[in-house]
Design a protein around this ligand. Sequence first.
Ligand code: ACM
Length: 469
Amino acid sequence: MPDPLALVPYPQSVIWSDGTWETSSPWDEISVGITEDLPRTEYALSISPTGANLTAGSEAALADGRNTFAQIVTGSEGSIPCVTISDYPQHAWRGMHLDVSRHFFAVAEVETLIDAMALHRLNVLHLHLTDDQGWRVEIKGYPKLTEIGAWREQSLIGHMSGEESAWEFDGTPHGGFYTQEELRGLVEYARRRGIMIIPEVDLPGHMQAAIAAYPTLGNFPDQRVGVREVWGISDHVLGVSDEVFDFLRDVLTQVADIFPAPYVHIGGDECPRVEWERSSAARTRMNEWGLTRVSEIQGRFTQFAADVLSEAGKRIIAWDEVLESHLPDDTVIMNWRHGNGLKSATGRGFRTIIANNEHTYFDHYQADPKGEPLAIGGLTTVKDVYTASFTPQKLDEDQQKLLIGLQGQLWTEYMPTAEQVQYMAFPRMCALAERAWGSPEQSWDEFEERLRAHLPRLDAFGIRYRPLD
Ligand code: ACM
């Protein structure tokens, strides 16, 4: 019989049967339980004319089952088709990244994104909490991080192109931050929906906001910098003094305590070395550390962060640039620069997340720029996401096993509002979720038709998405 409901991601096995379950309170009536009879990642959901039953092999699988049930119930208006579903994900890591530094989003706006992620059985929210343009997490003992570092006086209008003298600014202060209490609340909100929040403290680059707050964290404390008002990559990176490492210990320890997840993301991307090259303190440090190349300094930061987090019982995740130095074996690599990087990361034995900027960067245009709001550039359509070949080079079986999942990225330079974030995230996130779940492979035409029928659920959740063509 035809599929009466368009589920996205599509479960591994769906068997429809005749009849409907008539109910006005499905969430009160469904019976739910954990069972040892199912593998930990699996859930089974059956709906018959007399009721619904959901069993799962673990809390995580139960959350997946509830989220599938939410899709079935949304828009069903009290008459729910009978069906038997058995389902499990292919990938443990089904992530969405959100940059709350370039633009700040209120807790309620992040919660709405979490709701929509859960609806698609995504299970990781990666919060990019710090960057040159704004520091967004309260750190006890460092009040200026949020008094000064969380605010920029104005933001660039349009792209950072042409002569600097021709750049225009909006003249409007932008900022905000989350208290530790708010973040703990968000962690709990997400946990109840089956989502783990991974915090990112990007280091040692992308630190201009912190240096603006505490100039002694930089390489040239006499040279005052503000919180960055343009996009791109800042040359102002962390200095190498004891004070800097004490600061990192405090920040990472507090962040590790706020977020119960077993990982902390330490960034590591795009760290220019020009300041270290010019700094006599950096040269002295290199001698002390026995380093011959400035490029080796970053490895010291990575190792320090890994050691501090290890004491807190956590492992590090980092962007793939960190592969340029020695790494702890249990580091998880987030591959963003090119899919070819998967081969070297997994070849060295690192567990790796696919987050490449060819298919998973949702700050790219999703159609001809002429008809779209300003974006950073590039073109990644929902079809590109659905049909992407995520592993361009052949990986052997051991390497394949090290690919723990997929993640979409929402860098927000050109997303000043939560509505704009939603527009850029959806419906590409639906396609990403289907790929991350590892639904049975279908044609693009089948997926597009199913997605079209699924979109009213996003309406029901109050999500503003880009309509399909
Ligand atoms: C990145 O896009 N800089 C990870």
